[in-house]
Ligand binder design. Structure first.
Ligand code: SF4
Length: 408
């Protein structure tokens, strides 16, 4: 089949879906009240402090808007999304409720790409899709609505450039994450393209050790068996490296990884060779950076008894916010208000182990200062419901209270 139409800027009917988006995701009275009260609110014995940047980022706003525009323009067509549109279960479930279907992943409807018809519409999520998947979709001739975020495209541009110049792309990310899979696939556009994905500092040390001293190729490849390109040879392919990140990683970790790899390259090849052998670009997106920075600012400016981080358990950037919070205060990453079971019990994702656990005695009595933030894929109305649930289990009625300024 020939290629179908490709839309990269939605259908130009934002005005028609604005109200629906506000109703389904944005509207939260309590969030609005907190924001308009300088991001603080005192309610009974609870002082709430909200990070100044939280919730939907520009990329997520855009991808969800394009999904709604597509539904509005093509109410009679079959509309598919390749996989989760963003890492937030409520948003994905809302799209299913509106009639969208998913091709892969936890919400898969079972339809195969080979069965798609030219009349079908397929949305590409903000993470993008791997090069081979995009080629298959184009081959089906269906209408494609590509919502890949501009910040992700920027990473791809760097990775492509590395491949073109024969430089191995070293990507700080999780090789199972949709965005990273799409990013590393960019190297396949070039016969000499190579990649290596490192997920954290310990893995970076393994790479640095190999750069400095060489080592056992088989052991190296066994460790990175899922995260290197085909026929990767560490001796040959670590001689010139270019760095990139999954856009949602912890920026401090990415920076540390960059420094470690640079130092290893200097040790092996000497400073004069560095310009030729080592390239680094910070590709953490500004939305991720802003959410991390404003939470850090809040943690440093305010004594918090605990922090609530709201977002999908599989959301990378939300998980990193929880990690950041847990460095300063007990931090609970909840997906929605149901996580706040009672004043005694909370169900949350532990930022250290990554496991979803239940804790008791999380909400002590007496005055409490509570920080609130949310990942880039979390709509304001879910943050609002979490806050309302918190107040409910403390017996605080939102309606009866006027906002009082809170001392910093
Ligand atoms: S987190 Fe960053 S890269 Fe991801 S969708 Fe949002 S703006 Fe784009």
């Amino acid at each position: 089949m020939g290629e179908g139409e490709l839309y990269r800027k939605g259908f130009g009917n934002k005005a028609a879906v604005r109200q629906k988006l506000a109703d389904d995701f944005h509207h939260s009275d309590v969030v609005r009240r907190i924001k308009s009260n300088d991001y603080r609110l005192e309610l009974g014995d609870i002082s709430l402090h909200m990070a100044r940047e939280m919730g939907f980022c520009y990329g997520v706003e855009r991808t969800v808007q394009y999904a709604y525009e597509t539904l509005e323009v093509h109410p009679d067509r079959d509309i598919y999304i390749t996989d989760e549109i963003i890492h937030n279960p409520q948003v994905n479930e809302k799209l299913i409720e509106l009639g969208m279907k998913f091709l892969y992943g936890r919400y898969s409807c079972g339809k195969k790409v080979e069965e798609l018809q030219p009349s079908d519409i397929v949305l590409i999520p903000a993470f993008g899709v791997p090069v081979a998947d995009m080629a298959k979709l184009k081959d089906r001739g269906c209408i494609l609505v590509d919502t890949t975020c501009g910040s992700v495209l920027n990473v791809w541009k760097n990775v492509e450039r590395y491949s073109k110049e024969g430089v191995t792309a070293v990507v700080h990310g999780k090789y199972t994450h949709e965005e990273t899979r799409a990013t590393i696939s960019q190297v396949t556009k070039y016969p000499q393209g190579k990649y290596l994905v490192v997920k954290d500092i310990p893995e970076t040390h393994i790479v640095c050790e190999f750069i400095r001293k060489g080592g056992d190729r088989t052991t190296f490849l066994e460790h990175f068996r899922n995260s290197v390109s085909k026929d990767f040879d560490p001796e040959r392919d670590l001689q010139r490296i270019g760095l990139a990140n999954q856009t949602t990683m912890m920026s401090s970790e990415s920076l540390a990884i960059q420094k470690l790899l640079r130092a290893a390259m200097v040790d092996r090849y000497g400073e004069p060779e560095i310009a030729r052998r080592f390239i680094a670009f910070d590709t953490i997106c500004s939305a991720t950076q802003d959410r991390q920075d404003t939470l850090s600012a809040l943690l440093h400016s305010t004594r918090l008894d605990l922090v609530l981080v709201v977002g999908g358990f599989n959301s990378s950037n939300t998980g990193h916010l929880a990690e950041l919070g847990s460095e300063k205060a007990p931090t609970y990453h909840v997906e929605n208000e149901q996580g706040l079971v009672s004043a005694d019990e909370i169900r949350y994702r532990d930022p250290k182990s990554g496991l979803v656990v239940t804790a008791h005695g999380w909400l002590s009595s007496g005055k409490l200062s509570i920080g609130v933030t949310a990942g880039a894929s979390t709509p304001d109305n879910i943050v609002g419901r979490v806050i309302e649930r918190l107040l409910e289990i403390r017996g605080i009625s939102l309606e009866k209270l006027d906002p009082q300024p809170v001392a910093p």
